[in-house]
Design a protein around this ligand. Structure first.
Ligand SMILES: [Zn+2]
Length: 178
């Protein structure tokens, strides 16, 4: 098997639970068949990001350093894999707190509830499914995710304001709607 292809992007990472965020570079996988590559234009700052980099969730989600937070991601699609159907280069897209899950076999995924699936991959603090190593969040120049986890955004929205909808917004809206 050939080595998975990666490219390097600039990011802000914390080197330890007590260090401030600082410029760094991280690997992203080259888009595979079902992947969407997004140039990140805005990323919200959520308190969960602070809990994570300070390793205050060490019991449930221990931080691996360098840690790159950010799960309220908005940007422009720069490349898509050949099997991507719902989004294309040039579209605006958002990514929330998940970047992957089994999707095909797990009963939670099959019911459309991948947020309950033990196979879900966190936008950060998860395991990168192609490259191995940790997943890195949205305090970065770009991100690559399975198309299922890229939300196409209408062009007329103010994008900085859309970013917090990916976490705080949906967390409030979903239970009310439910
Ligand atoms: Zn959040």
């Amino acid at each position: 098997m050939s080595k998975p292809k990666a490219y390097s992007v600039k990011a802000y990472s914390a080197a330890s639970a007590t260090s401030p965020l600082a410029p760094d570079s991280i690997p992203r996988r080259e888009p595979t068949d079902r992947d969407v590559q997004i140039e990140i234009l805005f990323c919200g700052v959520c308190h969960s990001d602070l809990h994570f980099v300070r390793n205050e969730w060490s019991v449930i989600m221990p931080a691996v350093y360098p840690a790159v937070p950010g799960h309220e991601i908005v940007g422009r699609v720069t490349k898509v894999g050949p099997k991507v159907t719902k989004i294309k280069a040039g579209d605006l897209a958002g990514v929330g707190c998940m970047v992957g899950a089994d999707l095909a076999h797990c009963p939670f995924c099959r019911a459309g509830n991948e947020q309950f699936s033990p196979t879900q991959i966190g936008t950060y603090g998860g395991t990168e499914p192609v490259l191995g190593g940790p997943t890195y969040g949205g305090y970065a120049e770009s991100i690559v995710v399975d198309e299922h986890f890229a939300l196409r955004l209408p062009a007329h929205l103010p994008l900085a304001g859309v970013a917090p909808l990916l976490c705080a917004g949906i967390t409030t809206y979903a239970p009310l709607r439910h």
